[in-house]
Write a protein that binds this ligand. Sequence first.
Ligand code: PA5
Length: 434
Amino acid sequence: MIKLIEHTPYRNEILQKQTVRSYYDLISSKGEGSEWLGWMDVNNIAPPSLINEIENLIQTMSGIADYIVVAGIGGSYLGAKAVIEALSTSFPSKKPQIIYAGHNLSEDYHADLLAFLNNVDYSLIVISKSGTTTETSVSFRLLQKHCEKKYGIRSSQKRIICITDKTKGALKLLADKKGYKSFVIPDDVGGRYSVLSPVGLLPIGMAGFNIKELVQGAIEMSKILNQQKEYNIAVRYALFRNDMLNNGYMVEVMTAFEPKMFYLIEWWKQLFGESEGKNHKGIFPAGAIYTTDLHSMGQYMQEGQRIVFETVLSIAHANDTCIIPHDPDNYDALNYIAGKRISNINTQAKNGTILAHQDGGVPVIEIEMDCLNEKNLGALIYFFEFSCAISGYTLGINPFNQPGVEAYKKNMFALLKKEGYEKEYEILQKRINK
Ligand code: PA5
C-alpha cells in the first residue's frame, strides 16, 4: 500500500524515544488537543450510514448539474480537491465537474465564476465548520443569490447543500432557515483533518469517485498504525522530519514526479504548516512537481543553501500506458529509449534525482504508493494525519489548533469596520497612514 524508504540514513536514539512517546500520547489521547482526535476513528467520521446517505444523494441529484461548485477554504476544500485532482484524468471532459470558490477574495475570480455559471447548469456545496469564514461566506452569498435568480427559490433548495457544525455558526442558521440539505462536521474533527468526513467525501463522491474504497484505505492504514507499535511508518516519518530539523534542515520540500499530485502536496502543506508552525517552531513545508520544477527549483535543491530536505512522494506503477515509438530517421536521437514506457523514463529521472540531491547534501526520504487509486489515497491521507500529530507532539506543540490564523482576520475585520472592532480600526488606520 504505502512504503517508506529512508534514502539518507540517520540515527538518533534520544529523538526516537521521544517520537515513540508521542505515538503513545496520541493513541492514548494523552497529548495536547486530545479533544480533536475524532479523525482517528475512521468508522466514527465515515460510518457506512453516512456513505449510504451520500451515495443516495448523489443518485437523487444525478443529471441536474454539469458543474458542482464547492465553496470552502483551507481544510474545508483542499482535501477534496487533492483527491479529485489525483484521480481525475489530466484533461477531464466527464460531467459533473467540480469547480471551486470560497478560497479567495478576488473580485475578478468571482465575476468570472458568476459569468461562467450563467451558461451552465450547476449545484452548490458550501463547507465551513465555523460557518463564519469571510472568504466562504462572501462567495456563498453571491452564489446563493445567483442560484436563486437562475433556478428560483424552490429549485435552488434542491441544488444547495451545506456542510457545517451541528449547532453553531451562521451557515447552520442559514441552512435551517432556507431548508437546505446539510451534513455535520463532527465536533472533534478540525478542518485540516476532515477530508474523510462529509467535508471531503461528498465532493469526492459527487465527482464520481469511490468513497467506500477511499474510506477502506484509511481504515486499513489505521489498523496498521495501531497494531505496529513503536516503529511504524508514521513514527519513522515523524522521526526523520524532526531529526532533520534538529540538524538545521528547516525546509521540507515534498516532490512528486506526477503532476496530478500537485493538490495533494498543497493539502499536505496545509496539514503540516498549519499544525506545526507555532511558538516560532516548525518545519517550513514547500512543494515541487518534477520533472517540471527540476528546470527551476532543481538548481536550488542541488546547490542552494543546505537547509532543505526532500520528501519524494512516488507512485510505483502508472495507471495507463504510453510507449516511446521507434523512428527510423532518429533525428532526435531518442531511439535509445524507443520501446520504453514513459513511466520507466520517469522512474529513472526519479532515481537519478534522488542520487544527485543526496550527492549535493540534501537528505531524502521517499513515500511510495504502488499506484494511484482511491484506496491508496485514503491510506496516504490517514498516514499523513497520524504522522503529523506525532511529529507535532515531538516538536512540542499542539498540532490541532491554529491560533495564528486569527491575526489577519482580526485586522481585516477592523479595517472593514466590523462592529466591535472600532478601537482596532483606529490603531490600524494610523499605522497604514503613517
Ligand atoms: O484546518 C483548519 O482548521 C482551517 O484550515 C480551516 O479548515 C479553514 O480556516 C476554514 O475554516 P471553516 O471550515 O471554519 O470555514
